[in-house]
Design a protein around this ligand. Structure first.
Ligand code: FAQ
Length: 354
């Protein structure tokens, strides 16, 4: 950009817009300090916040099994997985903060029902096979959806997704390994796995969102390269990936229309119940009220941790201000310079409590 194009207060908006469009067209990343249109910023905040909320609420269905896991090994694995999900939520809230969102405000919106989270976490987990099927289907669907997000146009979101996807991939394998073990067990265990597969299959297909012809955000999100593939394309990839895994496991996917289509080189499959998806998104799923209420009470229970951390941070700041001209030989201890990390650890605490 030449100086002639930039006014005294910097470049004019049309020029900034052209620069933004050119950056997207070149497949380069938009970073927090770059100019971006309001629509791009708001779409990202909406999607990243929904994604973060999903990770945090998503700790609940499996978390219910931590105290009831059938062995120490399974308990340790499940504990680590649920803890990873807390971490994913925190990376994502941090990514939303780079866009100017306020984390406390996002949490308030979730609790007040003004921001969404994934429909999938509103279904119950009555048996331990549900833990395995969540790993296999839900983390499997998350991988299909999120690996392309590693190439999303917004830098902090794309970078957060790299680590998240590595961990989701591990989660999916642990779910599949758990189910393999159960399938080698008794008839009752095999029935338990099939029952969980029957209950989670259709809700897992709904995770990818409404069909393309009824997805109001897709056109803009794809033009901005926030989303790289359509909802239906990712749903199809998930089906194609999962069918051979189901065969190997020895379970039946509950869809009479599911079959290989030689011509397309892909599977045909039935239509999910889109009315059910809309009902669950609007709060009418089997566990919506319970999930949000649990999140609200965890947030309230964590209030004292946030207050203590804020008081600690204020004390550190006051000390640092009084020490602006340190005497000879007096060094500022490294730990005292890290107040923001101390503040962040309260959120980690709270996430872990969910
Ligand atoms: N549930 O126009 P579209 C995980 C909403 S993380 C609830 O197609 P878009 C890890 C949508 O927000 C799972 N709401 O929207 C884990 C929009 O609402 P609005 C979460 C849904 O954004 C594993 C409206 O419907 N993953 O699983 C759903 O272009 C195991 C219209 O839809 C992400 O968030 C739904 N299923 O596409 C944790 C990935 N579908 O605000 C624990 C990132 C749609 O306009 C255990 N997000 N809606 O009123 C995305 O890729 C996209 O946001 C989509 C939706 C694909 C979810």
């Amino acid at each position: 950009m030449t100086d002639a194009q930039a006014g005294p207060a910097g470049p004019a908006e049309p020029e900034l817009h052209r620069h933004f469009d050119a950056t997207i067209a070149r497949d380069q990343r938009i970073e927090p300090r770059d100019w971006m249109p309001d629509g791009y910023r708001n779409t990202l905040i909406r999607q990243i916040a929904q994604h973060a909320h999903s990770e945090i609420i998503g700790m609940q269905p499996e978390g219910e099994w931590i105290t009831r896991a059938p062995s120490l090994r399974r308990k340790a694995i499940l504990f680590a997985k649920v803890q990873d999900e807390a971490g994913h939520g925190l990376y994502l809230y941090s990514a939303a903060e780079t866009l100017g969102a306020d984390r406390a405000d996002l949490t308030e919106r979730l609790i007040a029902g003004r921001q969404k989270y994934s429909s999938i976490f509103n279904y119950p987990t009555p048996t331990f096979a549900d833990v395995g099927v969540i790993g296999w289907f839900v983390d499997g669907a998350a991988i299909c959806n999120q690996v392309p997000l590693c190439r999303s146009s917004y830098g902090p979101y794309a970078r957060a997704m790299v680590r998240i996807c590595k961990e989701e991939s591990f989660h999916q394998r642990q779910g599949y390994e758990l189910l393999m073990t159960m399938m080698r067990g008794t008839d009752a265990q095999r029935e338990m796995v099939q029952d969980a597969v029957n209950r989670w299959w259709w809700p897992s297909l709904m995770m990818f969102g409404p069909p393309d012809d009824n997805s109001p955000n897709s056109a803009a999100s794809m033009a901005w390269k926030i989303k790289r593939h359509s909802n239906d394309e990712l749903r199809q990839r998930f089906v194609d990936m999962t069918v051979p895994q189901a065969e190997k496991l020895g379970v039946t996917l509950p869809d009479p229309e599911l079959r290989w289509n030689e011509e397309r080189g892909r599977h045909d499959f039935g239509t999910p119940d889109w009315d059910e998806l809309m009902r669950v998104i609007k709060g009418g799923g089997p566990c919506n009220a319970q999930r949000v209420e649990r999140r609200r009470s965890a947030h309230e229970d964590g209030a004292w941790v946030r207050q203590a951390a804020a008081a600690h941070a204020a004390k550190q700041q006051a000390r640092a201000a009084g020490r602006q001209t340190p005497g000879p030989g007096r060094q500022t201890p490294a730990a005292e310079q890290q107040t923001p990390a101390a503040e962040r650890s309260t959120d980690a605490h709270e996430g872990a409590a969910v």
